[in-house]
Design a protein around this ligand. Sequence first.
Ligand code: GTP
Ligand code: MG
Length: 261
Amino acid sequence: MVQKRTVKQVEKSKDNLKEKKYNSTLFILTKNEIKGLNALFQKIPVNRFAEVIAIDAQSKDGSKEFLLKKGLRVITQKKMGRAEAFRIGCAVAAYENVIFFSPDGNEDPADIVKLAYWLEQGYDMAVGSRFMKGGRSDDDDVWLPIRGLGNKGFTLATDILWNGKLTDSINGFRGMKKSKFWRLNPDSEGFGIEFQISIRALKLGYKIKEIQTYEGDRIGGQSTARTFATGWYFVKLLLRELFIGKSFLRCVQIKEKYNVK
Ligand SMILES: Nc1nc2c(ncn2[C@@H]2O[C@H](COP(=O)(O)OP(=O)(O)OP(=O)(O)O)[C@@H](O)[C@H]2O)c(=O)[nH]1
Ligand SMILES: [Mg+2]
């Protein structure tokens, strides 16, 4: 017979989840994000993760010094770009589950543990979706919502072409199993990395969990994403993925460059 749990027991298990420590690696990605760090750092649940590493793109505004002062390990990128940060992260992470967080105000630190939770539940990838019911994108507020429309268009095309049910194939706020990351042989540059990962994950039938996320406005610093250049890169990336199918599995594996076995 199934035993009913008392209210006290249910409350206690909820508390356990609140306090739970994750055997996962949390990455904080920065490129001149000192304003965001000042505003958000205390909300980042660093104590809930067995490993926290910052990956910094040679910030000149004191972001690196800030993170070092907080006692974090900071890796300084030699080669720029978010794709490079993802690859460096997956090469050095001590844990299988990795989460990437960017402290520029776009991502809600409260969602970090939710991503970690779903990875622990067995998902290969967990993604914050700005376009699910209840989600929100700061791009939606722009008078000419070109980025929001572009994002939705790319996701729609991806779902149609690779039979997916994604609502946000591009958002950077995500976590993955690092072994599954390397299996995708992700060779994209810069801001294309998330889109490439989403497409290839669909090609290989990965278990993907999307959670609704609220994308706030950038707190300070400068956007590094150039809308039209990034959009054009996405178009080329999509066409290439269409053309190559699953042949990336048989190509030279990019992980070898990062000394990953
Ligand atoms: N480690 C690392 N982080 C980066 C790099 N480029 C950008 N970032 C960080 O990645 C996050 C996303 O970059 P943004 O420039 O905000 O791109 P975006 O969110 O599309 O643009 P906005 O809407 O203006 O915020 C920010 O926290 C950046 O600091 C990089 O080369 N290396
Ligand atoms: Mg941003």
